[in-house]
Design a protein around this ligand. Structure first.
Ligand code: SF4
Length: 233
């Protein structure tokens, strides 16, 4: 089995795993090519910059200081067995395991589910717009399978919707939250899109990015549908 490829690390965070002090490992490789990706340097599998054994020794030194280790990316499950094996070792140190995922690998998620305590799952757009945004025709179906797989586990999770105005209108957002509401999802986060790399012809404005967030009626309606709605602005 190939060794895990780690491309980045955040040593301390209070916002990447709800209620836990955590660090984040960014794994290289992602099957999607989202137009707004803020981590393009992590998309292609290759040699990670970080020695996994040195990272593991550092994690050992964090026992008692951190609660959780979050696997992010890229798409952490793209490395499949290497990610699962590393998660198992990290869990044996006593950490909770968190996962940020785009949901592209539902079967791997199912295999890893016993090791993972919490996930943050991206729901990126409506089914019609998923291929345009992600460059992948099967990304939507896979994400829904991952969502249903995780719901079956009964474990905690959050669904994140990043509102890039080029891909999510107000009616798109309502279509997405209806799907989540119908599945009895408890916790969602609606995130303002922050531009990183925008082509000149596809630039967004503050007004475009804010339109969902300044609509009080829309916010109240969505807030009433879920146990918790975090508006990340
Ligand atoms: S899923 Fe995440 S890491 Fe992959 S291309 Fe999209 S934004 Fe970038």
């Amino acid at each position: 089995m190939r060794e895990i490829q780690i491309g980045g690390l955040v040593s301390f965070t209070t916002i990447d795993y709800p209620g836990k002090l955590a660090c984040v490992l960014f794994l290289v490789g992602c099957p999607l090519r989202c137009e707004y990706c803020s981590n393009p340097h992590l998309l292609c599998p290759g040699d990670g910059e970080y020695d996994p054994e040195r990272v593991f020794e550092w994690l050992r030194s964090r026992v008692g200081k951190l609660d959780a280790v979050v696997f992010s990316g890229g798409e952490a499950l793209m490395q499949s067995d290497a990610t699962i094996a590393y998660m198992r070792r990290v869990r044996e140190l006593g950490f909770k395991i968190g996962l940020h995922t785009n949901g592209f690998y539902p079967d791997t998620l199912r295999r890893a589910a016993d090791l993972i305590d919490w996930i943050g799952l991206d729901f990126k757009a409506t089914i019609e717009k998923y291929p345009d945004l992600t460059g992948q025709h099967i990304a939507y179906d896979n994400m829904i399978r991952s969502l249903d797989t995780w719901i079956e586990t009964g474990k905690d999770f959050e669904v994140r919707i990043t509102c890039d105005p080029r891909f999510i209108t107000k009616s798109d957002l309502m279509e997405i939250v209806d799907i989540l509401h119908n599945r009895h999802v408890a916790n969602i986060a609606i995130q303002k899109y922050i531009p990183h790399f925008e082509a000149e012809a596809r630039k967004t404005t503050d007004a475009m990015r804010n339109q969902i967030f300044v609509d009080t009626d829309l916010r109240n309606r969505i807030n009433s549908m879920f146990k918790s709605v975090v508006w990340r602005e």
